[in-house]
Design a protein around this ligand. Structure first.
Ligand SMILES: [Zn+2]
Length: 136
Protein backbone atom coordinates (compact mmCIF):
# COMPACT_ATOMS: atom_id res chain seq x y z
CA UNK A 1 0.00 0.00 0.00
CA UNK A 2 2.70 2.50 0.94
CA UNK A 3 4.33 2.02 -2.45
CA UNK A 4 1.10 3.01 -4.22
CA UNK A 5 0.75 6.09 -2.01
CA UNK A 6 4.33 7.19 -2.69
CA UNK A 7 3.85 6.60 -6.41
CA UNK A 8 0.65 8.61 -6.46
CA UNK A 9 2.62 11.62 -5.19
CA UNK A 10 5.67 10.89 -7.35
CA UNK A 11 7.79 10.26 -4.30
CA UNK A 12 10.72 7.86 -4.62
CA UNK A 13 10.40 5.35 -1.81
CA UNK A 14 13.45 3.41 -0.63
CA UNK A 15 12.71 0.74 1.93
CA UNK A 16 16.05 0.29 3.64
CA UNK A 17 17.01 -3.27 4.55
CA UNK A 18 19.82 -4.68 6.64
CA UNK A 19 22.99 -4.99 4.59
CA UNK A 20 21.78 -2.98 1.59
CA UNK A 21 23.68 -0.15 -0.11
CA UNK A 22 22.25 2.49 2.22
CA UNK A 23 23.43 0.57 5.28
CA UNK A 24 26.82 0.08 3.66
CA UNK A 25 27.12 3.81 3.03
CA UNK A 26 25.78 5.22 6.29
CA UNK A 27 25.84 2.37 8.78
CA UNK A 28 22.77 0.30 9.57
CA UNK A 29 22.42 1.86 13.04
CA UNK A 30 21.39 5.12 11.38
CA UNK A 31 18.35 3.36 9.90
CA UNK A 32 17.14 1.50 12.98
CA UNK A 33 13.78 3.06 13.87
CA UNK A 34 14.76 6.10 11.81
CA UNK A 35 13.64 7.35 8.44
CA UNK A 36 14.74 10.24 6.26
CA UNK A 37 13.40 12.31 3.44
CA UNK A 38 14.64 14.91 1.00
CA UNK A 39 12.92 17.42 -1.21
CA UNK A 40 9.19 17.82 -1.41
CA UNK A 41 6.54 17.48 -4.07
CA UNK A 42 6.27 21.29 -3.99
CA UNK A 43 9.88 21.80 -5.02
CA UNK A 44 11.70 20.96 -8.19
CA UNK A 45 14.19 18.60 -6.55
CA UNK A 46 13.32 14.94 -6.27
CA UNK A 47 11.04 13.98 -3.42
CA UNK A 48 12.59 10.91 -1.86
CA UNK A 49 12.06 8.86 1.29
CA UNK A 50 14.40 6.42 2.96
CA UNK A 51 12.16 4.34 5.18
CA UNK A 52 14.24 2.75 7.92
CA UNK A 53 14.28 -0.65 9.58
CA UNK A 54 11.63 -1.15 12.25
CA UNK A 55 10.90 -4.17 14.38
CA UNK A 56 7.35 -2.92 14.76
CA UNK A 57 5.41 -2.68 11.49
CA UNK A 58 3.07 -0.03 12.83
CA UNK A 59 5.96 2.25 13.75
CA UNK A 60 7.27 1.77 10.24
CA UNK A 61 3.88 2.72 8.83
CA UNK A 62 3.47 5.78 11.05
CA UNK A 63 7.00 6.86 10.11
CA UNK A 64 6.16 6.47 6.44
CA UNK A 65 3.20 8.80 6.79
CA UNK A 66 5.34 11.26 8.73
CA UNK A 67 7.91 11.34 5.93
CA UNK A 68 5.06 11.74 3.44
CA UNK A 69 3.97 14.69 5.58
CA UNK A 70 7.37 16.26 4.92
CA UNK A 71 6.78 15.72 1.22
CA UNK A 72 3.51 17.66 1.41
CA UNK A 73 4.86 20.66 3.30
CA UNK A 74 4.50 23.65 1.06
CA UNK A 75 6.11 26.34 3.17
CA UNK A 76 9.53 27.45 2.10
CA UNK A 77 12.43 27.42 4.51
CA UNK A 78 11.91 30.24 6.92
CA UNK A 79 14.60 31.14 9.42
CA UNK A 80 12.01 32.04 12.02
CA UNK A 81 10.55 28.56 11.94
CA UNK A 82 12.10 26.04 14.24
CA UNK A 83 12.85 22.44 13.35
CA UNK A 84 10.14 21.50 15.84
CA UNK A 85 7.54 23.45 13.81
CA UNK A 86 8.49 21.64 10.61
CA UNK A 87 8.34 18.31 12.37
CA UNK A 88 4.96 19.10 13.92
CA UNK A 89 3.60 20.14 10.54
CA UNK A 90 4.91 16.94 8.95
CA UNK A 91 3.20 14.80 11.63
CA UNK A 92 -0.08 16.66 11.16
CA UNK A 93 0.03 16.37 7.38
CA UNK A 94 1.04 12.72 7.70
CA UNK A 95 -1.90 11.92 9.98
CA UNK A 96 -4.27 13.69 7.61
CA UNK A 97 -2.98 11.66 4.67
CA UNK A 98 -3.20 8.43 6.69
CA UNK A 99 -6.81 9.30 7.54
CA UNK A 100 -7.56 9.85 3.86
CA UNK A 101 -6.06 6.44 3.13
CA UNK A 102 -8.21 4.84 5.82
CA UNK A 103 -5.22 4.09 8.06
CA UNK A 104 -5.63 4.38 11.81
CA UNK A 105 -2.89 4.12 14.41
CA UNK A 106 -2.96 2.72 17.92
CA UNK A 107 -2.46 4.94 20.96
CA UNK A 108 0.88 3.27 21.50
CA UNK A 109 2.13 4.23 18.03
CA UNK A 110 0.88 7.79 18.45
CA UNK A 111 2.62 8.06 21.81
CA UNK A 112 5.84 6.93 20.18
CA UNK A 113 5.32 9.55 17.46
CA UNK A 114 4.77 12.26 20.06
CA UNK A 115 8.02 11.27 21.72
CA UNK A 116 9.83 11.59 18.39
CA UNK A 117 8.36 15.05 17.94
CA UNK A 118 9.21 16.15 21.46
CA UNK A 119 12.84 15.24 20.89
CA UNK A 120 12.95 18.25 18.54
CA UNK A 121 11.81 20.68 21.22
CA UNK A 122 14.37 23.44 21.71
CA UNK A 123 16.49 21.77 19.04
CA UNK A 124 18.21 25.06 18.22
CA UNK A 125 19.11 25.91 21.80
CA UNK A 126 20.34 22.46 22.68
CA UNK A 127 23.88 22.83 21.41
CA UNK A 128 24.42 25.74 23.79
CA UNK A 129 22.66 24.35 26.81
CA UNK A 130 24.51 21.08 26.56
CA UNK A 131 27.65 22.92 27.66
CA UNK A 132 26.01 24.20 30.79
CA UNK A 133 26.50 22.42 34.03
CA UNK A 134 23.34 21.66 35.89
CA UNK A 135 23.51 21.72 39.65
CA UNK A 136 20.60 20.04 41.36
ZN1 LIG B 1 10.43 14.54 10.34
Amino acid sequence: MIREIAEKYNVILNEVELGDKFCDANGEESYINSSYSAGSIRTTCDAEIWLGIYENEELKLISFFHEMGHMLIDMGYDNDLKVYDYEKDAWEKGYKLAGECGVKFSRKAKRWAKKQLNSYKNYEEREYTSFETTII
